[in-house]
Design a protein around this ligand. Structure first.
Ligand SMILES: Cc1cc2nc3c(=O)[nH]c(=O)nc-3n(C[C@H](O)[C@H](O)[C@H](O)COP(=O)(O)OP(=O)(O)OC[C@H]3O[C@@H](n4cnc5c(N)ncnc54)[C@H](O)[C@@H]3O)c2cc1C
Length: 542
């Protein structure tokens, strides 16, 4: 099975993926949780709720389980006024405007662990007042043009998988769900570009391209749920980034609807006509406008793929090897390196690592023929080829990890991830600093801190951390304290606050500290020009 065969995952509030596909933790994992002092909390009742669906659009299914239903108290908030609803209906048609509780709850927040915990607690504070489903760029533009007059703030919503509070602005708002913008508009085989609408989910886009013999090659772990517009708005990076690049490197053109009109960018792949404004919009997280479509570089579908595992004595040894590949090549399509703890937790099978002698695991993958020259670099750097077994295990399980978070939370574990990037020379100290900060901050519930190199460049790499520990009485506060400590460690060790999750609300303060007040002012000036009344994503990014 390849990515284009995977179905779109219809996410349900508070849980990842299809709720009928319950994932059970293996016995070894349950055992490991006991060692961390993690105990299943007493059963909690799900709040009484309401089902519901979005008229005129395919909607997330109502789900069983904690947090799946909207809390009854949420209905207490004043409703949108008649003129506000009439305005929305006049643009998209009344059948594409919904203010029922089920649809609003399904569009509340994203999928960070604190989001999931708040769902489970029935916290409806970030719920939109209504959800609208435009079907075209013109409808999006008309919505934005009229929102200020009707006193409406707007949150663009593509796949809804934000993990940085990107869907939870300050104040009341309506959500503009882009799922009806789901077309492959154009495919230029000579230039090898495709124009994709913003609401196309990852698998749907890949399927449309595969029918024509092409691939985008963008496979983030949220692939089953995230969408083209969100990839662009949050500068996403996929697991095959060594071969295909980040999403912002794939985009050669885009169309942006703003409250003041439309901006179209990208008349050539590269240009010296002033600063590259595409890069100003990529990563703007809905603060400047709504991206309604992008023109992306595409490649022919590979006819063969190879994945294999490599063992190194230590993370440091593996780091030298992957840096060599990143700097001098030849790069594979997938290149990742787990540290000792992640290797042990992920594999829990000493045989795979050559008789239980420890070490760390690297995964390499090729979309296309196997490249012996890549393997030769790894061998010369002290790597041991473990063959296709670990590579295939990683390939087939690559989208499963998020499904494990739900049963882990059910069992009383706090499990969350964070990521950063830095130049190569800073990577070892950065890894140590973040690990120590997390361990210190969570000392009351001693954590396991796992880490891997997830994306590489000639000049540096991204570090991706996973933290597991017992939940305290207030797990949201527990994580916010740990994250605060990690953010400071990242800043002090010379890392960026985010390599691919984006800024949202969670990283806003740290982002502003990273770029400085003059740069923040420049961004505010851009926002003021494009969105003078501040209707777009208030409090997100800037
Ligand atoms: C389990 C899991 C795994 C993940 N793995 C990865 C990974 O491997 N790599 C990675 O990069 N990220 C990952 N993420 C984070 C997330 O999936 C990415 O940030 C993704 O790009 C978000 O896409 P989306 O369509 O879900 O965007 P949304 O969550 O809908 O939106 C993200 C932000 O952009 C704004 N926005 C959305 N659409 C538009 C638009 N069309 N125009 C303007 N603004 C818009 C939103 O208002 C919000 O602020 C993961 C998340 C989860 C939950």
């Amino acid at each position: 099975m390849t990515e284009s065969d995977l179905p779109v995952a219809e996410l349900t509030p508070g849980r990842w993926g299809d709720p009928s596909q319950v994932v059970e933790l293996p016995a070894a994992a349950l055992d490991a949780l006991k060692h961390l002092g993690i105990q299943r909390p007493g059963a909690t009742g799900a709040p009484a709720g309401v089902g519901g669906g979005a008229p005129g659009a395919e909607t997330p299914r109502a789900a069983e389980g904690p947090g799946a239903s909207a809390p009854a108290g949420a209905a207490d908030r004043p409703e949108l006024t008649g003129p506000q609803l009439a305005f929305l209906a006049s643009v998209v048609g009344s059948e594409h405007v919904t203010s029922d509780l089920g649809s609003r709850w399904a569009h509340t927040r994203g999928y960070s662990t604190t989001d999931l915990l708040r769902f489970r607690a029935g916290d409806a504070s970030d719920m939109p007042d209504a959800v609208v489903y435009p079907a075209s760029h013109d409808e999006v533009a008309a919505l934005l043009a009229g929102c200020a007059e009707h006193d409406l703030a707007v949150v663009p919503y593509s796949g809804g998988t934000s993990v940085v509070g990107g869907l939870a602005p300050t104040g009341r708002f309506i959500t503009v769900d882009l799922r009806r913008l789901d077309q492959l508009v154009d495919l230029d085989e000579i230039s090898r570009t495709a124009t994709l609408q913003a609401g196309l989910r990852g698998p749907a886009a890949e399927h449309l391209l595969a029918e024509r013999g092409y691939t985008l090659g963008h496979f983030p772990q949220s692939y089953e749920g995230a969408s083209i517009g969100g990839y662009a708005a949050a500068r996403s990076s996929g697991q095959s980034s060594a071969g295909y690049g980040r999403f912002d490197q794939m985009v050669v053109g885009l169309t942006l609807a703003t409250p003041r009109g439309t901006i179209e960018l990208g008349r050539a792949p590269m240009s010296a006509a002033g600063p590259d404004l595409r890069q100003l919009i990529l990563g703007s997280e809905g603060a400047f406008g709504i991206i309604t479509s992008v023109v992306v570089r595409i490649r022919p579908r590979p006819t063969e793929r190879h994945f294999e595992g490599w063992r190194f004595e230590s993370f440091d040894a593996g780091l030298t090897a992957v840096r060599r590949l990143a700097q001098d090549g030849p790069l594979p399509t997938v290149l990742r390196l787990s540290d000792e703890i992640e290797t042990a937790v992920n594999l829990a099978d000493p045989d795979v690592l050559g008789g239980g002698s420890g070490g760390v695991l690297a995964i390499i993958g090729f979309d296309g023929p196997y490249n012996q020259a890549t393997a030769d670099v790894l061998t010369a750097a002290g790597g041991e080829n473990l063959g296709e077994g670990p590579g295939e295990t990683w390939r087939t399980g690559r989208y499963r990890a998020p499904y494990l978070r739900d049963p882990l939370l059910d069992e009383g574990a706090l499990v969350e991830t964070l990521e950063t990037a830095a130049f190569w020379s800073r990577i070892p100290a950065l890894k140590t600093a973040v690990t120590e900060a997390l361990v210190d901050a969570l000392s009351a519930t001693p954590p396991l801190v796992l880490c891997h190199i997830s994306h590489v460049y000639e000049t540096g790499a991204s570090l991706y951390f996973t933290v597991i520990c017992a939940q305290s009485d207030d797990p949201v506060e527990q994580w916010l304290t740990a994250k605060y400590a990690a953010n400071h460690a990242i800043a002090d060790a010379g890392g960026t606050i985010t390599h691919h999750h984006g800024v949202g609300t969670d990283h806003r303060t740290a982002y502003h500290a990273e770029i400085g007040s003059l740069a923040v002012e420049a961004l505010q000036a851009v926002k003021h020009t494009l969105d003078p009344d501040g209707v777009l994503n208030p409090g997100i990014l800037i």
